[in-house]
Design a protein around this ligand. Structure first.
Ligand SMILES: Nc1nc2c(ncn2[C@@H]2O[C@H](COP(=O)(O)OP(=O)(O)OP(=O)(O)O)[C@@H](O)[C@H]2O)c(=O)[nH]1
Ligand SMILES: [Mg+2]
Length: 340
């Protein structure tokens, strides 16, 4: 393949070239050397897309929901980029036959771009490359970016935090427990969806979710030094977010409830905009990213200056109780300081 300069690739991507988009995403996903230049060049074009995170237990119908949602958004003439962080997702071809036909409907449409990312890699790395892939799609001009992750734990919660609107998907009949509790993802939901509402058990699930929402109040979060923290009032007590989390019933395989879901997303979007919350969240996210990257760079720069033997010796000294960990850090930061 002919080598394309990052600027050329980015200008092709900005011009709507789908192959350039695919190649850019691959470079970014693999953290290829040119990805730094690519991300730098396209950064000024980011920050426009509205992002929707969809998470929930395996098999609740997330991919079908993403498909139905996308078809609806396309009717409103919105372009949609989809990132599926999920090795078992139908987007990667592991679907039952019916799903695969549905996906083909989507991928034949130039207003839709689907990318699946294997959930390999360490926690921070996965979250970061996912953000970067989102940025690429954002710069490519998609109106909406949807991220699907299996809500199995902290990993996915981190990724979904990058979304403007987070949808947690439940389905009836997956066991007695509400699946989201296990992963602790209920509190990140801006909208709850009970999919597979064609099941006779749907009302049980809706009732259980309502009861749980009544029990817990979500703390209002505020950006502080790069982290989202609980907002407190003048007495130090936490403030709560009393926005009601809607529970929406859908049948993803036939589109039932999807227009109600889109209305709920629009309402949440307005809520974020009217209260300046979207801006606050973006600020917090960027602060967090800046600090994370700073830590990583400082650590790398420092470790580059420390010979392996010095490092190994230090570990041995720690093990032999000749030095304590805090002093060990000091000696690494200040090599002139004698090891005592
Ligand atoms: N009856 C019924 N089946 C559904 C509905 N939505 C999805 N399904 C079926 O549920 C199964 C799982 O759907 P997926 O969309 O792959 O679910 P998922 O949550 O993306 O699954 P993972 O990505 O593996 O976690 C498929 O066989 C779908 O056909 C629905 O509303 N009603
Ligand atoms: Mg899926």
């Amino acid at each position: 393949m002919l080598k394309t300069f990052p600027e050329t690739l980015v200008s092709q991507l900005l011009a709507g070239n789908r192959r350039a988009l695919a190649r850019t995403i691959t470079a970014v996903e693999n953290e290829a050397p040119e990805s730094v230049e690519i991300l730098k060049t396209l950064y000024p074009y980011t920050g426009r897309a509205y992002t929707i995170g969809i998470t929930g237990a395996p098999g609740t119908g997330k991919s079908c929901l993403v498909t139905a949602l996308t078809q609806h958004l396309r009717k409103q003439n919105k372009t949609v980029g989809i990132i599926a962080v999920d090795p078992t997702s139908p987007f990667t071809g592991g679907a039952v036959l019916g799903d695969r036909f549905r996906m083909r409907d989507l991928s034949g449409d130039s207003g839709v771009f689907i990318r699946s990312m294997a959930s390999r890699g360490h926690l921070g790395g996965l979250a970061r490359t996912t953000y970067d892939v989102m940025r690429v799609m954002d710069a490519a001009g998609f109106d909406i970016i949807i991220i699907e992750t299996v809500g199995a734990g902290q990993n996915e919660v981190e990724i979904v935090k990058a979304a403007d609107t987070t949808i947690v998907v439940e389905a009836p009949g997956l066991g007695d427990d509400i699946q989201a509790i296990k992963a602790g993802i209920l509190e990140i939901a801006d909208i709850l969806v009970v999919n597979k509402a064609d099941s006779p058990l749907v009302q049980n699930t809706v009732r259980a979710l309502k009861a749980m929402l009544d029990l817990g109040h979500r703390q209002r979060l505020v950006a502080h030094h790069g982290q989202l923290m609980a907002q407190t009032d003048s007495t130090g007590a936490p403030e709560y977010d009393f926005r009601e989390v809607p529970i929406i019933q859908t049948v993803a395989i036939n589109g039932q409830g999807i227009s109600t879901l889109v209305e709920a997303i629009d309402a949440h979007r307005s809520y974020l905009a009217e209260n300046g919350i979207r801006q606050d969240r973006q600020r917090a996210r960027l602060q967090g990213e800046l600090i994370a990257r700073l830590k990583e760079t400082l650590l790398k720069n420092l470790l580059d200056t420390v010979p392996d033997e010095t490092f190994d010796q230090l570990i041995e000294s720690l093990l032999a109780r000749q030095i304590d960990p805090v002093s060990a850090v000091q000696s690494l930061l200040n090599p002139q300081r004698p090891l005592s």
